[in-house]
Design a protein around this ligand. Structure first.
Ligand SMILES: Cc1cc2nc3c(=O)[nH]c(=O)nc-3n(C[C@H](O)[C@H](O)[C@H](O)COP(=O)(O)OP(=O)(O)OC[C@H]3O[C@@H](n4cnc5c(N)ncnc54)[C@H](O)[C@@H]3O)c2cc1C
Length: 504
């Protein structure tokens, strides 16, 4: 077949979500994926051929995927709650300790805050802040799968003016400084504003990033995909295929043209596909190039993704059980001041000497990604996400900059370990923003394709679903749409709804 109702450029998870909604509604749909596998940045791979371990190579935790999409599409896919939210080691007055936060705050969480700040002020401020945000998350999350509200409509509907003001109107760095005194506590909060976003705490881009990290599915909880990210894609392929979607891999789209009747996609091998509508799961910058237009401006990616297979978990100087320390998000070199100073170093063109990093051990929640032999031998995985490493640092010499950034990442970790992590590493791979662009086409390695945007339209802006382009036949169904970014399926759902409305 060469003529379809809808052709989708790219088979990332969002393309698969959009395709399935459309096929279930009776549309003929083809997905054209450049790579030999679908999944994009949502995939599991056997990264180390000698070890039977399927690692989530890029994205690794899920929060933003609404339950509604799982139910609508009939996905047999489960996410596991982590007992531990985060652990942040520190060394003060010659004593090694750590801030432990359980997902459901318990006595250990309380005691940990009191150790850090015996006045109790930080613990009280923490509870107030996150209780407010939890209420806000519940109210805003359902709006993500509906046509965009305007800024003032959404603000009125949520009706929490104080929280709206500090999340949407004032730099999050100012808010954190005003409500918390301790640099370490401030940093634990700030990191949610910096994941995948090269920003100071005092720029509004950080607020947008913060918001998306706190509102997923109405709880903001980050869960472990059972079986790894590849399990989600496997299920999406199953339901897409069952609904009649045609998936073509090794099918890179090289240009897109449209007229009032239809659109034509030319593939790299010279063949073509025509369709009534085109959805781009590729980034808006990629789509613009395919259409011969000027790409939109965006920040570049700024993270290192390091995948590690460990022979065993490392011991910590603080003495905490490593099965607790690494079960949630483990922060190192991520105090507020450290995040700001490394941002400035990186902005000045230097790989920071110590990277702000966060890590978690997938196999503590879900050992199923390892073979029985590796499980029996005590192997574990570590996912390490390093901040403030913009693509520009890697342009001159990717391999040399990766080596420097890896050293900086391990230096951040090793200061809190009894023995260097190198002693227990069985295998390791390092992905810079340039590698990520080369592998899955994320422009300059930006994990959200393009800068995230607030989940509303400005009062004078005319957009309905946040997936529209200047061509009524072409929509964005990937992370670069308004309310896209992350493993959510939201832009896939919203683009499918936009096509169904347009073709009704
Ligand atoms: C290192 C890393 C860690 C991350 N961690 C998390 C996390 O833990 N949790 C989370 O929620 N999010 C995370 N993210 C972000 C998340 O993975 C992405 O935002 C999300 O996967 C985007 O999904 P998508 O379907 O929109 O696009 P993608 O996954 O980028 O898929 C786009 C697809 O389009 C294809 N394509 C591109 N150009 C063409 C073309 N010309 N022709 C045909 N096909 C084309 C690509 O090959 C790709 O398969 C992370 C991302 C990275 C890179």
């Amino acid at each position: 077949m060469t003529d379809y109702d809808v052709a989708i450029i790219g088979g990332g998870h969002n393309g698969l979500v959009a395709a399935t909604y459309l096929a279930k509604a009776g549309k003929s749909v083809v997905i054209l994926e450049a790579n030999s596998e679908v999944g994009g940045a949502t995939t599991s791979v056997r990264a180390f051929p000698q070890y039977d371990a399927m690692l989530s190579r890029y994205s690794y935790l899920i929060s933003l995927l609404p339950d509604q999409i799982v139910t609508d599409l009939g996905l047999d896919f489960e996410c596991i709650s982590r007992k531990v939210s985060s652990y942040t080691p520190y060394s003060r007055n010659g004593k090694d300790s750590g801030l432990y936060v359980a997902r459901q705050w318990d006595k250990q969480t309380h005691d940990s805050f009191m150790d850090l700040d015996p006045s109790g002020a930080e613990w009280a401020a923490w509870q107030d802040f996150y209780n407010e945000i939890a209420e806000f998350a519940l109210k805003i999350a359902p709006s993500m799968l509906h046509p965009l509200k305007s800024r003032s409509e959404l603000k009125a509907e949520i009706n929490m003016p104080k929280v709206w003001d500090y999340l949407m109107e004032r730099p999050i760095g100012e808010v954190i400084e005003a409500r918390f005194k301790d640099d370490l506590v401030r940093g634990v909060i700030l990191t949610d504003a910096l994941i995948g976003t090269f920003s100071s705490a005092f720029e509004m881009q950080a607020n947008i990033c913060f918001l998306y990290h706190l509102i997923g599915n109405g709880t903001g909880e980050w869960k472990v995909p059972r079986g790894g990210m590849g399990a989600l894609v496997k299920e999406l392929v199953r339901v897409a295929t069952a609904a009649g979607v045609e998936i073509r891999v090794n099918s890179r789209v090289s240009s897109v043209e449209s007229n009032t009747e239809s659109a034509t996609l030319i593939l790299a091998d010279g063949s073509s596909v025509t369709s009534s509508y085109v959805l781009s799961n590729a980034a808006p910058q990629v789509l613009a190039r395919l259409r011969g237009k000027t790409p939109p401006v965006s920040l570049e990616g700024s993270q290192m993704k390091i995948n590690i297979l460990l022979k065993s978990l490392p011991e910590l100087k603080s003495g905490i059980d490593p099965r607790l320390a690494f079960a949630g998000t483990f922060h190192a070199h991520e105090s507020f001041a450290e995040c700001e100073s490394t941002y400035l170093q990186a902005k000045g063109g230097n790989v920071p000497e110590k990277l702000p990093i966060e890590m978690y051990c997938h196999t503590l929640s879900d050992p199923s990604i390892l073979s029985a032999e590796l499980q029996d031998a005590g192997y574990q995985t570590l996912t390490l996400f390093g901040l403030h490493t913009p693509a520009a640092l890697f342009d001159a010499d990717n391999e040399a900059a990766k080596a420097a950034a890896l050293k900086a990442a391990l230096a951040s970790l090793n200061q809190y370990l009894v023995e260097p992590i190198e002693n227990v590493i069985a295998a390791i791979e390092v992905k810079s923003p340039l590698d990520i662009e080369g592998d899955v086409g994320l422009p300059r390695g930006n994990i959200f394709h393009k800068d995230l945007s607030f989940p509303f339209r400005e009062d004078n802006q005319v957009v309905r679903w946040g997936v529209e382009t200047d061509d009524p036949r072409i929509f964005i169904c990937g992370a670069g749409a308004i309310r896209g970014g992350g493993v959510s399926g939201i832009p896939g759902h919203n683009a499918a709804m936009a096509v169904l409305e347009a073709s009704a």
